[in-house]
Design a protein around this ligand. Structure first.
Ligand code: K7E
Ligand code: CUA
Ligand code: CA
Length: 647
C-alpha cells in the first residue's frame, strides 16, 4: 500500500499532517487489539501539527470547469443531499455549491412550519395527544424515482435510520408528502428505488423502493427473547413507490447496509458487514468474509402471491424466508449470498447496468460483481456464488462508496487514506483474470479529510455524464474558521472530465450530510405557485374570513394579501382550542407570508395560493400580536393581526 501513501500531490497539505490524520484514524481500530487486515499499512507516529496552523489551501488547478456562476446565470445541476442527524434534505446548486433550500422531513422546521402545521403533522404522524410521534430523524440516503433508467423528476425517497421510516419528497414542490413506518426492523439504513418492474416488462419506471435494516432484533420485538441474541434477525423491506405501503419483507441471515438495484428490475442488492450476526463490534469483524446479498424480486413477488409467507407479531406485512438454509437450491432461491471480504460498505450499480461495486471498508479492495453472473447463479449455472465476482482490485485503505463516469471508470472514497481513487473497470477485470499488464488504479486525489460518500453527476443513471465528483468528507478539522467543538463537514467538488481528477472547490456544510445525488437541471420541473384547489380547507374568498365556534372549539378563517391579513383582530376565550386556517391569496411568485403567535409556539409560512392550518390551546388571557415573519412588502412590519384572549 506504500505506493500511494508516499505519493505527494502538489499543493496538498504537508505529508506529516496527513500521516497524523491517518494514524489517528487507525488508532481507533488498533485500540481494539484486533487484527483488521490492515497491518501491512501501519504508519509511524508523526508529531501533532502546531495548534491552529491552517492547512495549505488546495490548488484549484485550471480544470475544464469553472465554478463561478455569475448573476443572471443559473447552476447546471441540482444536488440533493441528506442532512444526516439534522433530519432534513438539502438542495444545492452546482457547480456554484450554493445551498438553495433545506427541505424539512423528519425534523421540525420553524421557518416553514413543518411539524407545527396540522397538514405536516398528519404526514409526520402524531400521538393520541396530538404531539408529534417523533421529533428526531437521521437521513442518510436520497434517491430519486426513475423512468427508462434515468431520473424522471417525480420523487425523491429518503430514509430515517433512527425510527426506520421512509419518506417521499415531491420534486415539483420539493416538499415531503408521505412518511411510512417500517415494521419489524431497526436501523433502516440503505434505500434504493427499483428502475423497472421485474414482473411486468412494460412498466419501465420506479414502482418499488427497497429498504435495508442494519440492526438485528428479537422478532417480534415485544419484550420476549431479549437475551437470546442468536435469534435476533433483520429484514429487507419493499415499499410501494406510489401508495407508500409496505408490500413485503424478507427475513435474512446477517444484516443489510446499503442498497442498490439493477437497471432491468430483476435484482436488488445489499452489502452485509455482519454475516457473523455479532452483537458487539469485535464479533462483527471476526470473520474474514462477509457478503453482498442479492434479492430475486420476481421470485419474491411470486412467493408472496402464492401465500408462502409468515407474519411477525401483529404486523400484517407478508414475510418470505430469505435465509441461507431455506434457499440452498439456486433454481428456486429468493436470495443469493455472494461472499465479499471483511465488513464491506456501499454497493453501487455501474451506469451500463453490468456491475455492482462493493467496497471493502476493512479490506483495501473493491469487489466488482457481475449482474449477468448473479442471474446465472439463480439459473443454477454457477458452482459458487463467489464466481459472480469478476474483479477485486486493491485500491487503498477504507474504501466506502463508489461513483461512476461515462468512460468505464469508478471513483471510490477511501476513508482512511483521505483520498478519492479512480480505477478502471475493464483493467480491474483483466487484472483479476491474471493479466499482469493491466493496471486498475489510474489516479488518486487527496481530499480533506476522511471522505464518506462520493458520487458523480448523473452517475446513478444510464445518463452518467462524467463531469463532477462530489466528496462528502466526515472531518474538516482546521479548514475553516473555528466555530467551537462542533465542526462543520466539508464537501469538495472534483472535475472528472479529464484524465486527471482536479479539485475545483471545497465548501463547509452543516453537519452531517451522508449521501447526495447530482441531477441535471432540465430534469426537474418545479411549480412556482400552488393551486388553491389542491387544498381542501382553502379559504377561497377573503369574505369567508371570520370565526365559527362549536363549544370551546373555535375555527378562524383567514387570508393574506400583502401587506395585510383579512382579519385585523379576532377574539377567543381562555380554554378554547383554536384552529387557524390561513390561505395566501397573493399570486405573485416569491410572495410568501409568515404567521407567528407569541407565547403559543406557532410559526409557519404560506407561499402564493397555499393554505396551512394550526391548532392550539389558549389558556392565558391577554393580547397577542400575530405577525408576518416572512419579509413580503415595504409594509411587512405593519402586517399584523391581534389575537385577543378574553378571561
Ligand atoms: Cu456510508 Cu449512511 Cu451512506 Cu454515511 S453511510 S458515509
Ligand atoms: Cu407578509 Cu411579511
Ligand atoms: Ca463482518
Amino acid at each position: 500500500m506504500s505506493q500511494h501513501q508516499d505519493q505527494k500531490l502538489d499543493g496538498q497539505p504537508d505529508a506529516s499532517r496527513r500521516k497524523f490524520l491517518n494514524t489517528a484514524a487507525f488508532a481507533g481500530l488498533a485500540g481494539a487489539g484486533l487484527s483488521v487486515g490492515l497491518s501491512a499499512c501501519k504508519q509511524e507516529q508523526a508529531p501533532a501539527p502546531a495548534q491552529n496552523a491552517p492547512a495549505a489551501a488546495p490548488t484549484a488547478a485550471a480544470g475544464a470547469h469553472k465554478i463561478e456562476v455569475p448573476p443572471g446565470e443559473l447552476d447546471t445541476y441540482y444536488s440533493f443531499s441528506s442532512g444526516g442527524h439534522s433530519g432534513d434534505v438539502r438542495i444545492y446548486g452546482l457547480p456554484s455549491g450554493r445551498q438553495l433550500k433545506s427541505i424539512p422531513v423528519f425534523n421540525v422546521d420553524c421557518m416553514s412550519g413543518w411539524g407545527i402545521t396540522n397538514e405536516s403533522k398528519a404526514i409526520v404522524g402524531t400521538r393520541p395527544d396530538g404531539r408529534l410521534k417523533y421529533i428526531t430523524g437521521d437521513t442518510h440516503h436520497v434517491h430519486p424515482s426513475y423512468t427508462d433508467g434515468t431520473y424522471d423528476g417525480k420523487y425523491i425517497f429518503v430514509n430515517d435510520k433512527i425510527h426506520s421510516r421512509l419518506a417521499r419528497i415531491r420534486l415539483d414542490t420539493m416538499e415531503c408528502d408521505k412518511i411510512t413506518d417500517l415494521p419489524n426492523v431497526q436501523g433502516f439504513h440503505g434505500t434504493f428505488p427499483d428502475k423497472r418492474d421485474p414482473v411486468d416488462a412494460a412498466v419501465n419506471h420506479t414502482t418499488r423502493v427497497f429498504c435495508g435494516a442494519e440492526f438485528s432484533i428479537p422478532l417480534p420485538n415485544d419484550g420476549h427473547g431479549l437475551d437470546d441474541t442468536a435469534a435476533y434477525r433483520s429484514l429487507f423491506t419493499c415499499v410501494d413507490a406510489e401508495t407508500m405501503q409496505v408490500r413485503w419483507q424478507v427475513l435474512i441471515d446477517g444484516n443489510c447496509d446499503l442498497v442498490a438495484t439493477s437497471y432491468d428490475g430483476k435484482l436488488a442488492a445489499t452489502n452485509q458487514y455482519n454475516v457473523e450476526m455479532g452483537i458487539h463490534y469485535p464479533e462483527m469483524m471476526a470473520g474474514e468474509w462477509d457478503a453482498c446479498l442479492f434479492f430475486n424480486v420476481a421470485r419474491i413477488e411470486e412467493a408472496v402471491k402464492a401465500g408462502k409467507v409468515t407474519h411477525i407479531g401483529s404486523s400484517k406485512v407478508p414475510v418470505v424466508d430469505g435465509r441461507k438454509e431455506a434457499n440452498a437450491d439456486p433454481k428456486t432461491a429468493l436470495t443469493c449470498y455472494v461472499p465479499i471480504p471483511k465488513n464491506p460498505h456501499g454497493v453501487n450499480t455501474s451506469p451500463d447496468g453490468k456491475y455492482y461495486a462493493c467496497s471493502g471498508k476493512l479490506s483495501p479492495t473493491a469487489s466488482l460483481i457481475s449482474h449477468e453472473q448473479v442471474l446465472k447463479w439463480f439459473d443454477g449455472e454457477l458452482k459458487e456464488a463467489r464466481e459472480a465476482v469478476v474483479a477485486e482490485p486493491e485500491i487503498g485503505l477504507g474504501p466506502l462508496h463508489t461513483g461512476f463516469d461515462n468512460k468505464g471508470n469508478a471513483y471510490t472514497t477511501l476513508f482512511l487514506d483521505s483520498q478519492i481513487v479512480k480505477w478502471n473497470l475493464d483493467a480491474a477485470i483483466k487484472s483479476f483474470q491474471g493479466d499482469k499488464t493491466a493496471v486498475p488504479v489510474v489516479d488518486r486525489l487527496d481530499v480533506h479529510y476522511q471522505p464518506g460518500h462520493g458520487f458523480t453527476s448523473m452517475g446513478e443513471t444510464k445518463e452518467a455524464d462524467g463531469q463532477y465528483f462530489i466528496s462528502d468528507n466526515k472531518f474538516s478539522k482546521d479548514r475553516f474558521l473555528p466555530v467551537g467543538p462542533l465542526h462543520p463537514e466539508t464537501a469538495q467538488m472534483i472535475d472528472i472530465s479529464g484524465d486527471k481528477m482536479v479539485l475545483l472547490a471545497d465548501h463547509s456544510v452543516t453537519s452531517e450530510p451522508h449521501d447526495s445525488i447530482v441531477i441535471r437541471r432540465d430534469i426537474i420541473k418545479t411549480r412556482q405557485i400552488y393551486d388553491m384547489n389542491d387544498f381542501p380547507n382553502a379559504v377561497k374568498d377573503p369574505k369567508e374570513s371570520g370565526l365559527t365556534r362549536e363549544g370551546n372549539k373555535v375555527t378562524i378563517k383567514l387570508t393574506s394579501q400583502a401587506p395585510a391579513y383579512s382579519l385585523p383582530e379576532f377574539r377567543v376565550k381562555k380554554g378554547d382550542e383554536v384552529t387557524i386556517i390561513l390561505t395566501n391569496h397573493d399570486k405573485v411568485e416569491d410572495l410568501t407570508h409568515g404567521f407567528a403567535i407569541p407565547k403559543h409556539d406557532i410559526n409557519f409560512a404560506v407561499s402564493p395560493q397555499e393554505t396551512k392550518s394550526v391548532t392550539f390551546k389558549v389558556d392565558q388571557p391577554g393580547v397577542y400580536w400575530c405577525y408576518c415573519t416572512h419579509f413580503c412588502h415595504a409594509l411587512h412590519l405593519e402586517m399584523r393581526s391581534r389575537m385577543i384572549v378574553e378571561a
